[in-house]
Design a protein around this ligand. Structure first.
Ligand code: ADP
Ligand code: MG
Length: 550
């Protein structure tokens, strides 16, 4: 740029003198102008060449400014020395140096200008070099006081210019450095902000003052199972957190409360999820209201856990009491069903009365069974761990089922028990109870017939038994509550079989994994530790996908 400016300035001067030369009648002795112009062009080429070789910007600038100062001195010399109108040109170089090389460059350029100008003036004053002829003006006689006054004013002017300009340009430089640093800080802050918002496990939605969503973080999309474009711009009421009037109620409360916390059931993918959320007003830096933030969490799993724990607590508390009551019921119940049984045989009974007797007997039996299950659940028997043949136990249980009334001609039980004998350590009665519960559930899940396949395998430290049925399967919600006591979908169920089985397997250091899909069947895999294996923590899993039943 400096080079370009220099060429433009010199060319302008040259053109001006040429025009004057050709329009004026007299022939002007301005050859010195051609000389300086030529010299400047030559120097410019030299600077460019030097710039190619020397990469240091500072050094390159220093060379150019030094060259300019010399050319300016020549121009001043040709145009009358102390009387020359061109001594202001030094200022151009001093300003350039101050701007590009800051204070040191400016002061050096000012010093150079003062020395060159002073030396020229002295040489002319003392007649060491002749003063060229002047045509523009009649040179005034030079007195020594004028000489020194002239040098002194130039001296002061040059240095003042250097100091002022460099002060300004240094300040400008500092400001632009600060700007860069601030921009960097801002970018870092923004990245941090982004990271925080992206990585918090809570959902975050910002709302405009009108209640339309303006932002949602990844956790929010995950919880709501929605993409950003399905959320942004939508009204908060449409997102399911609020009804329109609840929202306006919340808004009026937010005018005097800092935060509103609530819980509500929001339908997500067709299932109600318990979301806990907090709304706070959002303000701009200068404190103006700019909308709201909505922070939310999915509390469904937590609530479920809480409910399970609560249930456990309740069960423990009422367990003792109800066990006692159950016993109290059982004894009279035995008397009732025994009496009914005797009475039923009486010849005096009409068929209608016979039927009623049967109902008494059947329902007594059912009640007795419920109580037996219940007692087993609230007061599990002491576990007697002995070596027993788990494969044989399984076969016996399946034999029992095959011969039971529950099996219709539409049912098949296929077994693949290999090896036919396998000894583990455990309570044979309790394990048999588990087999019975699972096999019977499978039968009950296939009221219109179907196939139950039972296979065994030894996998590492565990002995596994798979119960694969082709029954009606379970919905994800049923699957979730499978092990909770008293949840039953079977007509004569008590909802205790799975809970008891779970408990027994857990006490044996085994586990149970259930995979089921509605209408397609259920695969239940239980595992028991083989003898000598370190007892593993119970593995309970429920999935709504079915592994390929092999
Ligand atoms: P119950 O058999 O007394 O109902 P369980 O604890 O054995 O109690 O079973 C609980 C519920 O789990 C059943 O009512 C049924 O809805 C479901 N269930 C258990 N096993 C199966 C299965 N193999 N297929 C489909 N549903 C099942
Ligand atoms: Mg059952």
């Amino acid at each position: 740029m400096l080079t370009a400016v220099r060429v433009v300035v010199v060319t302008t001067l040259l053109m001006a003198s040429l025009i004057i030369q050709y329009t004026s009648r007299e022939v002007l002795p301005i050859n010195y102008l051609y000389l300086t112009a030529g010299l400047t062009y030559a120097l410019t080429l030299l600077y460019i060449a030097v710039g190619r070789v020397i990469r240091s910007r500072k050094f390159h600038l220093a060379i150019q400014i030094s060259g300019d100062l010399i050319v300016e001195t020549l121009l001043v010399y040709f145009t009358g020395g102390l009387d020359s109108p061109f001594s202001f040109l030094y200022l151009v170089s001093i300003i350039t140096a101050s701007m590009l090389l800051y204070r040191r460059g400016g002061l050096l350029a000012a010093s150079g200008a003062v020395m060159l100008y002073g030396a020229l003036a002295d040489l002319l004053y003392y007649g060491v070099i002749p003063l060229p002829d002047q045509i523009w003006f009649v040179p005034t006689p030079w007195t020594s006081s004028r000489l020194y006054l002239n040098i002194a004013t130039n001296f002061a002017g040059y240095y003042a210019t250097a100091l002022l300009t460099s002060y300004l340009s240094e300040k400008l430089q500092r400001t632009s450095q600060e700007l860069v640093a601030n921009r960097q800080n801002l970018a870092e802050l923004r990245a941090l902000n982004q990271n925080v918002v992206d990585s918090i496990p809570s959902g975050l939605i910002t709302l405009s003052p009108g209640g339309a969503a303006t932002f949602i973080n990844p956790a929010g999309m995950q919880i709501l199972q929605l993409d950003a474009h399905n959320v942004l711009g939508r009204d908060v009421a449409e997102l399911g957190f609020f009804s329109a009037e609840q929202w306006s109620h919340a808004l009026s409360r937010l005018s005097y409360e800092a935060v509103i916390r609530r819980e509500s059931d929001v339908m997500i993918l067709g299932e109600p999820r318990a979301l806990g959320f907090a709304i706070t007003p959002l303000k701009t830096i200068d404190g103006k209201a700019s909308g709201y933030t909505l922070i939310f969490q999915d509390l469904t799993e937590m609530k479920k856990l809480e409910a399970e724990l609560r249930l456990k607590d309740r069960m423990a508390a009422v367990g003792e009491l109800s066990a006692g009551i159950a016993h109290e019921i059982r004894n009279p119940l035995a008397a009732i069903s025994g009496s009914a049984q005797v009475l039923k045989k009486s010849e005096a009974l009409t068929p209608q009365e016979q039927r009623l007797m049967s109902i008494i007997m059947r329902e007594s039996e059912r009640l007795n069974k419920s109580i037996a299950d219940f007692l087993r659940f609230v007061k599990p028997q002491e576990k007697r761990a002995l070596d027993f043949d788990v494969a044989a136990s399984l076969s016996e249980t399946l034999d029992l089922l095959t011969n039971s009334a529950e099996l219709t001609p539409h049912h098949t039980i296929e077994r693949d028990i290999d090896p036919p004998s396998f000894t583990i350590l455990g309570d044979a009665d309790q394990i048999r109870q588990v087999f019975w519960n699972l096999a019977r559930n499978a039968m009950q899940a296939m009221p219109n017939g179907g196939a139950l396949k039972v296979t065994t395998e030894v996998a590492g430290d565990s002995y596994r038994i798979l119960f694969i049925d082709s029954g009606r399967g379970m919905s994800p919600a049923d699957l979730q509550r499978l092990f909770q006591p008293f949840r039953t979908n079977f007509p004569s169920g008590t909802g205790l079989g799975m809970a008891i089985s779970y408990r027994i397997l857990q006490e044996h250091g085994g586990g149970i994994v259930v995979a089921s899909r509605e209408g397609e069947g259920t695969t239940i895999t239980i595992s028991l530790p083989v003898r000598g294996a370190a007892t593993m923590p119970a593995d309970v899993r429920r999935t709504d996908s079915l592994p390929a039943a092999g």
